[in-house]
Design a protein around this ligand. Structure first.
Ligand SMILES: Nc1ncnc2c1ncn2[C@@H]1O[C@H](COP(=O)(O)OP(=O)(O)OP(=O)(O)O)[C@@H](O)[C@H]1O
Length: 456
């Protein structure tokens, strides 16, 4: 697990050294600074789990520094230490949201305990936020990220559909485009929101089981039917049933589903009684159902029944303008989930994310960000944190002479060299040793060329 990092801001170097040693012995990574301005500068480029600030600094007071920290973000944990006579400071520090204010000279055991407690509280807060976001509320339309015209048009339909009671909905789109999210949003935005949302993946359940999953069965209907069981349609009464991958439903099951939709009633397997339920059916598929109707693997009468309101979700490559916002959203989500503090994406990494064709759509983007946040990046998400195969598939990720064709009229080799140096520096985001590696050059050789081409 990552060591929790503490920034210690204290003018007194001896005290600083003692506290650093103590906290390091207790497993923390400690950086120390001796003035308020140094701390302000450092906090612009680095984030810390906890700031331990002394009130007596040579430039700003500890309280002024705390105020500046709070004006930038209100979540960083802060502990303040004050001289023994600082009661008014304590009140003000707590008002500004310091976790605790300790009087000097501090009891060292108490100091460590307070640091531990502050960070435990921080962790608990994060877990509560995560649990909150995992509860029902997170399925509303506000959790669907993206401002592209294409997505906003879809969301307009979602709002209208949710408000109207009528109509089955068919959501179509490639795998990972967010079809289930749309289905859940329709449910959560509708008057059925406090009733059940029941989902089933029609391709994951064997054909023989699908019927009893959807309609339930009577006791004795088959060998294993020891008791009666309600199916999804009954369990969702008043709410919504989401039939995912409906394009993979067998022809026999398609007939049964059509009957339910037409008669708004069904029988449990082995039953003789018609059961009426009130459910909205939302289906989804990544198959081209028009083609499936042409080759007769999908019934056209069922297609028109399930698709009274069709929604087409465009693939991510057709709404690239959503990518930066989605990436930032997933970074925030995984920061909360894994206690990380990744604070953005470098310009070049973002360019690559925007350019990559995303065959697995938003699910693939989410996985790439999750992997980068867990395994790789500490501060910013950089090109090197992205899968190599992915970077290679983008034009801005490709550096090297292999793609180069000599034009018939010839070229000045110095221009090629200059361009390669430029691209390597751009791809390495200014890091010279990385840029040198990309060109298989030594650092001196790179610097020589940078000078030659006026890049430094
Ligand atoms: N616009 C979005 N904003 C935020 N998260 C999204 C968005 N679209 C999709 N996701 C996330 O991407 C992942 C894939 O979405 P979802 O499961 O809804 O896709 P799907 O089209 O139903 O996939 P499949 O066809 O494979 O079943 C989910 O984790 C979902 O939360």
């Amino acid at each position: 697990m990552r060591k929790r990092n503490v920034l210690l801001v204290d003018e007194d170097q001896i005290r600083c050294r003692a506290v650093t040693t103590l906290l390091e012995e207790h497993g923390y990574a400690v950086s120390s600074l001796h003035s308020g301005q140094e701390a302000v500068k450092r906090l612009e480029v680095e984030s810390f789990d906890l700031l331990l600030i002394d009130q007596q600094l040579p430039d700003l007071s500890g309280l002024e520094l705390l105020r500046q920290v709070r004006s930038q973000d209100d979540s960083t944990n802060v502990l303040l230490t004050t001289p023994a006579d600082g009661s008014d400071v304590i009140v003000e520090a707590l008002r500004l949201g310091a976790f605790e204010c300790l009087k000097r000279p501090c009891d060292m055991d108490e100091l460590v305990l307070t640091v531990d407690r502050a960070l435990e509280t921080d962790q608990l807060k994060r877990e509560v936020e995560l649990l909150r976001s995992a509860s029902g509320k997170s399925y509303g339309i506000e959790n669907i990220v993206g401002n592209s015209r294409a997505l906003q048009q879809v969301l307009d339909i979602v709002r209208k559909v949710a408000l109207s009671e009528a109509g089955t909905v068919l959501v179509q789109g490639e795998s990972g485009t967010g079809k289930e999210l749309i289905a859940r949003a329709i449910h959560h935005e509708s008057s059925r929101a406090d009733q059940p949302f029941m989902a089933i993946n029609c391709s994951a359940v064997p054909e023989t089981l699908l019927e009893s999953e959807l309609m339930g069965y009577e006791k004795g209907a088959f060998t294993d039917a020891k008791t009666q069981k309600k199916g999804l349609f009954e369990l969702a009464d008043g709410g919504t049933v989401f039939l995912d991958e409906i394009g993979d439903m067998s022809p026999a099951m398609q007939v049964k589903l059509l009957r339910i939709l037409e008669e708004r009633a069904f029988r449990r397997v082995g039953g003789t009684r018609d059961i009426k339920v009130d459910v909205r059916i939302v289906s989804a598929t990544n198959r081209d159902l028009v083609k499936a109707m042409e080759d007769e693997s999908f019934r056209s009468d069922l297609y028109y029944r399930i698709g009274v309101i069709p929604i087409q979700l465009p693939p991510l490559r057709e709404r690239r303008e959503d990518i930066p916002e989605l990436a930032a959203h997933f970074i925030h989500q995984f920061n909360c989930e894994f206690g990380k503090r990744v604070n953005g994406i470098s310009r070049m990494a973002e360019k690559i994310l925007v350019e990559y064709p995303w065959p697995g759509n938003i699910r693939e983007l989410k996985n790439v960000i999750e992997r980068a946040v867990i395994l790789e990046c500490e501060d910013q998400l950089l090109v090197e944190n992205l899968p190599r195969e992915m970077v290679d598939k983008t034009v801005c990720g490709q550096v090297g002479p292999l793609n180069f064709r000599l034009p018939p009229e010839g070229i000045d080799i110095e221009d090629v060299e200059r361009e390669l140096i430029r691209q390597a520096l751009e791809l390495a985001e200014g890091n010279q040793s990385k840029a040198a590696k990309l060109l298989n050059l030594g650092i001196d050789a790179l610097r020589y060329r940078m000078k030659k081409f006026d890049y430094m």
